[in-house]
Design a protein around this ligand. Structure first.
Ligand code: WT7
Length: 641
């Protein structure tokens, strides 16, 4: 388990050797302010900051570069024009490989971002407004993010796979009055009715939306509401739009993510610190060299897409691939076709995709020319060593370093990762902390653990890319991340540190599950289930799933007189899918006559998790249950399925 794979020999261009890492890391911990004020030179500031971190975790108040001013669109686009106007900035690859793609140089990107900014202004968006972006993976999605940054609006990107209900909740929660969408999206040859979903969301109680900007993408039929909806091609225009001068601590974006309780939280990132974290992590982790083609396969609806499709690459004057499709359409070689076609040098994807493609055999890989690849990355969940090996040996031909990057929506960018050419790789381990990241493992009482140990992963000091708050609910921010172990940021992850100081993430220790690299709150699935008229109670847990990492296992009790038929199981899966979105579709429905509860009524999830995992030997103490005999019936129900 603890085998080590040597990093390939560094060439002269490599960013960072082992000794340079040691020196930089030490300095970043001992003198974080000086370190980050130096790094801040990666960005173009109107007023260069003289202060770096000003923060406390108790009470929670976090600021970085508070006297600096900048504009992120300027940093991603305008400032590259003098030297790199003709360099490709974005390469679009359509879902259908027969359909034309398109490449935007930095000059093109500038022209198009200005048009998008004009369109936003035309529908009434002004500085400080929240703009919901509900888009397929097309260039205009990236343009919408950058155009918001340009005019000082705050974007809230909602993944196009979310249902109208989920979209409506997110629009309402941040009082967003504007939505940017497309007629339809395309994924694996199937049309996703984005505009119709927006219409359905806005028909629900809650959202108060004044302007909807619609990008024509597939040409599919949509209905337009007079006075509310505008076609992008009708309102875009060429007039110059200046970049707003923003304070470093002005909000840049909100991104909703699931937690262990309640509705998704609107994680808020601000401008200067996030930008610097995106720029610096992209530069070092991917060892990115000018002119290289970088491809992160994530959707802009997730933080990975924010930081490593849009901001990280563009802040480094890089070339970023925007891929609309899926890994298995038209066949299981699609990823490798894209690499081949565009000469991708650095490729970043999720373990779930690697596992799914590995299963289809090497032929889909070896039939494509992948010689352009220089470096590979993974993100989203722990990668099993077998998948790591396949990625390294077959996809990377044994010559590309693999970086396993651990981070979260709340961290803005990479936190723990091996640095290429500096650190030997251990398949399954995320490696070492990035600059100025101070991980600490604590036991359940919060006692710090030294040396090789396993515990709960906390971070003890702030870093520039840290989320600042939950939009509109700072108390929830404190409660969710800083109250379990006061004075520390608690990640929600379990983790082991080995003798070499490498970190091994063991998975979530809270009621969050990781399905195909996407965070899913079990409470959200439960709330959706109990909305069904036949359902009395539900408890949802994760269980090991070959491809998804974790699957969604739902224990359901029904109202008196209802029968747990196969039909009803199918209906309930559809129901959750419609309520939340396809990513939340339950894998298993287990009808039970009761849920294991303590005498005080608390559901004992530990037991439910064990049963879902088929691990009956270690159920622990069940004597405190109100009805201990229930456990045997649950096991029986599990085995009969
Ligand atoms: C959770 C964060 C960060 C972008 C993608 C997910 C898990 C993330 C790794 C990794 C092991 C990982 C953690 C984390 N996770 N990367 N390299 N190894 N686990 O972002 O939705 O905010 O989820 O994903 O459990 O807490 P997210």
């Amino acid at each position: 388990m603890n085998d080590t794979v040597k990093h390939p020999p560094a060439d002269a261009a490599a960013r960072c050797s082992a000794s340079e890492y040691d020196a930089l890391y030490r300095r970043s911990i001992e003198e974080p302010d000086a370190f980050w004020l130096e790094q801040a030179k990666r960005l173009d500031w109107y007023d260069a900051p003289t202060k770096a971190g000003e923060w406390s975790f108790d009470p929670v108040e976090i600021a970085w570069f508070s006297d600096g001013t900048l504009n992120l669109c300027h940093n991603c686009v305008d400032r590259h024009l003098p030297d790199h106007a003709d360099r490709p900035a974005l390469i679009f690859e359509a879902d259908d490989p027969q359909l034309p793609g398109r490449t935007l140089t930095y000059a093109d990107l500038h022209r198009e971002v200005v048009q998008m900014a004009n369109a936003l202004k035309a529908i009434g968006v002004t500085r400080g407004e929240r703009v919901t972006i509900y888009m397929p993976m097309v260039i205009e999605g990236v343009l919408a993010m950058l155009a918001c940054a340009r005019i000082g609006a705050i974007h809230s990107v909602v993944f196009g796979g979310f249902s109208p209900e989920s979209l409506a909740n997110r629009i309402e929660a941040c009082e967003s009055r504007f939505v940017v969408t497309a007629d339809e999206g395309l994924r694996g040859g199937k049309a996703i009715p984005l505009k119709a979903n927006v219409d359905a969301a806005l028909d629900l109680d809650g959202p108060r939306v004044e302007g909807v900007l619609v990008v024509r993408h597939t040409g599919g039929d949509v209905s337009m509401t007079d006075g509310r909806d505008s076609w992008y091609h009708d309102v875009r225009s060429e007039e110059a739009v200046a970049c707003e001068v923003m304070d470093a601590e002005d909000p840049l974006f909100i991104l909703y993510t699931s937690g262990s309780t309640g509705k998704p939280k609107g994680v808020l990132h601000t401008t200067g610190g996030y930008a610097l974290w995106a720029a610096t992590t992209f530069y070092y982790t991917f060892d990115y060299r000018p002119g290289e083609v970088f491809w992160c396969s994530a959707d802009i609806g997730w933080v990975t897409g924010h930081t490593y499709v849009t901001y990280g690459p563009l802040l480094n004057a890089g070339t970023s691939v925007v891929f609309e499709g899926v890994p298995n359409y038209p066949d299981h070689g699609r990823f490798w076709d894209v690499v081949d076609r565009h000469g991708v040098n650095v490729f970043y994807t999720a373990p779930t995709a690697i596992r799914a493609l590995m299963r289809e055999g090497d032929g889909f890989v070896t039939s494509r020319d992948l010689s352009s690849l220089r470096l590979l990355g993974t993100v989203g969940e722990p990668i099993n060593p077998e998948a790591w090996r396949w990625y390294h040996d077959v996809v990377g031909g044994g010559r590309c370093p693999v970086v396993d990057t651990w981070w979260q929506t709340e961290t803005g960018g990479h936190m723990i990762t091996t640095l290429p050419y500096a650190h030997d790789m251990k398949p399954g381990s995320a490696g070492r902390p990035f600059f100025s990241v101070a991980p600490q493992l604590v036991d359940n009482d919060g006692k710090p653990l030294e040396g090789a140990a396993e515990g709960n992963l906390c971070i003890t000091a702030s870093w520039p890319g840290q989320a600042r708050t939950v939009y509109g609910d700072h108390e929830r921010f404190e409660q969710a991340y800083f109250s379990t172990y006061p004075g520390k940021y608690f990640t929600g992850d379990g983790c082991r540190r080995d003798d070499d100081g490498y970190y091994w993430i063991t998975g979530r220790v809270d009621d969050v599950i990781n399905v195909s690299g996407h965070r899913m709150g079990t409470a959200e699935v439960e709330s959706a289930l109990v909305l069904h008229p036949k359902v009395a109670e539900a408890a949802v847990v994760g269980y090991p799933h070959d491809i998804k990492g974790q699957g969604i296992y739902c224990y359901v009790t029904l109202n008196a007189g209802e029968d747990g038929s196969d039909d009803l199981a199918v209906q309930l899966r559809q129901w959750v899918r419609k309520e939340i979105g396809p990513i939340a579709t339950p894998d298993r429905i287990h009808f039970a006559d009761g849920l294991p509860k303590t005498r005080s009524g608390k559901i004992m999830r530990r037991i439910l998790r064990k049963i879902a995992e088929d691990d009956y030997g270690s159920l622990g103490d069940t004597s405190t249950l109100a009805d201990p005999s229930l456990v045997d019936r649950l096991i029986e129900g599990r085995q009969n399925r």
